[in-house]
Design a binder for this molecule. Structure first.
Ligand code: FAD
Length: 392
């Protein structure tokens, strides 16, 4: 399965419904979202009614129990609209981590409130001194009697502004670095989590990004996600889904950039001909088309492997790397094809460009993906699958 047309019929219908939702119910809020750097309550309420917050959460916890493929198609489609919206109205990596690594008690406690959109979950890893180097975090959880006391400050935390549940990575064994040193805790905001003012990013308005600080926040063993010292195993679930959905967001931007460019090229005339009849524009449209096709193929393949119960680390990194780079290329070409309209704030082409840029940084930069792909390749060899070093 490689193209949109190859998706099962019900998934194509689902995608078409979401396209209409974005065009009719999200885009009208685009200017307000840019201006306020927040999402309107009415939009969040509507998304909750449609079940979008619980797409990949099992039905027994109030979600829709959709496959990773369906969730990826949803994120891709929602990404035709303002990028910040996809951080709330789509499956989130911290919710996926609770679903995949949580105890029954944790799943029962948190998943229903996340599925209903009553609250949101944020994942707190990055710090002032630790971005790509996750093992370098300084946040500490210290054992005191039967409790853990968490202190530390985290940066660039998506959804933080509206989150009620925080997954925080903290060092529990400072004698180690990396494996065994870090534990992920699930913390309710009411335990004393402080959220700063919204970050003003160049794109992704309304994604709720902010600094989050923990000062003497108490947790118990029941709040540990996975095992004490098992933070890196939990990160595998969080970053795996985060990268998959970053690839989905980027693929959506790529497809939208192509769509608006094609429409423009087929309507605007210069030198007595449609833009699309000029060879230089044809070449751009061809490159964008190839990028959409390849990005989708990589995304659907990686998502399908998750649905088969595999752990497609290599495929996810390749999808994230390729599609986020392609989204920036496509958005740039879309601006070029639109000329002055492309850089005008009165149209949304420039928004695609600004939204796309952050995807090459979050959830592991492009160069970090390259390093991981190369390490996997050298550890596992070329293999027989399309993805060198990946699953056969
Ligand atoms: C929109 C957005 C949302 C985010 N959401 C979250 C969130 O919800 N939770 C969270 O915890 N974090 C979040 N982040 C933070 C994100 O994970 C980090 O920005 C990212 O991991 C990169 O870290 P850094 O910004 O500190 O850059 P650095 O790690 O300082 O990297 C700077 C540059 O150096 C390069 N570099 C670093 N190490 C190497 C190396 N070994 N070899 C070669 N090059 C290297 C990088 O590729 C990059 O180009 C978000 C960031 C953004 C932009």
């Amino acid at each position: 399965m490689v193209t949109s047309a190859d998706l099962p019929h019900e998934l194509q219908e689902f995608r078409d419904t979401l396209h209409r939702f974005v065009a009719n119910e999200v885009e009208p809020y685009a200017e307000e979202i840019e201006r306020t750097n927040d999402l309107p309550d009415a939009l969040l309420k509507r998304a909750a009614e449609l079940g979008l917050c619980g797409l990949s959460i099992p039905e027994e916890f109030g979600g829709m129990g959709e496959s990773e493929l369906a969730s990826s198609v949803a994120v891709e489609t929602l990404s035709h609209g303002p990028g910040g919206v996809t951080f709330y109205l789509a499956p989130s990596a911290p919710a996926a981590a609770i679903r995949l690594a949580g105890t029954d008690e944790q799943r029962q406690r948190y998943l229903p409130q996340l599925a209903s959109g009553e609250t949101f979950a944020a994942f707190c890893l990055s710090e002032a001194g630790a971005g790509s180097d996750a093992a370098g975090i300084k946040a500490r959880a210290v054992r005191q009697g039967d409790k853990w006391i968490i202190n530390g400050s985290k940066l660039w935390i998506s959804r933080a502004r509206r989150a009620g549940v925080f997954l925080v990575s903290a060092v529990t064994d400072p004698s180690k670095r990396g494996a065994g040193a870090i534990t992920v805790f699930i913390v309710d905001k009411r335990k004393g989590v402080n959220v700063g003012e919204p970050d003003r990013l160049m794109g992704l308005a309304g994604s709720g990004s902010a600094e989050v600080s923990f000062q003497d926040v108490e947790a118990t063993d029941a709040d540990v996600l996975g095992k004490v010292g098992g933070g890196f195993e939990v990160l595998k679930f969080i970053l795996g889904r985060a990268r998959l959905w970053a690839a989905a967001r980027a693929t959506g931007i790529c497809a939208r950039a192509l769509q608006v460019s094609l429409e423009h090229a087929q309507t605007r005339e210069q030198f007595g001909r449609k833009l699309g009849e000029h060879q230089a524009i044809k070449l751009k449209l061809a490159d964008m088309t190839a990028d959409v096709y390849i990005s989708r193929m990589l995304l659907y393949r990686a998502a399908a492997l998750y649905d088969e119960g595999k752990d497609p680390v290599q495929e996810v990194s390749i999808a994230k790397l390729y599609s986020t780079e392609a989204a920036s290329r496509a958005a740039d070409m879309a601006i070029q094809i639109h000329g002055a309209m492309g850089v005008s704030r009165a149209f949304h082409v420039e928004r695609l460009y600004r939204d796309a840029r952050a995807y090459r940084i979050l959830d592991g930069t492009s160069d970090i993906q390259r390093l991981m792909i190369s390490s996997n390749l050298q550890r596992n060899g070329v293999g027989v699958s399309l993805a060198p070093g990946g699953l056969a």
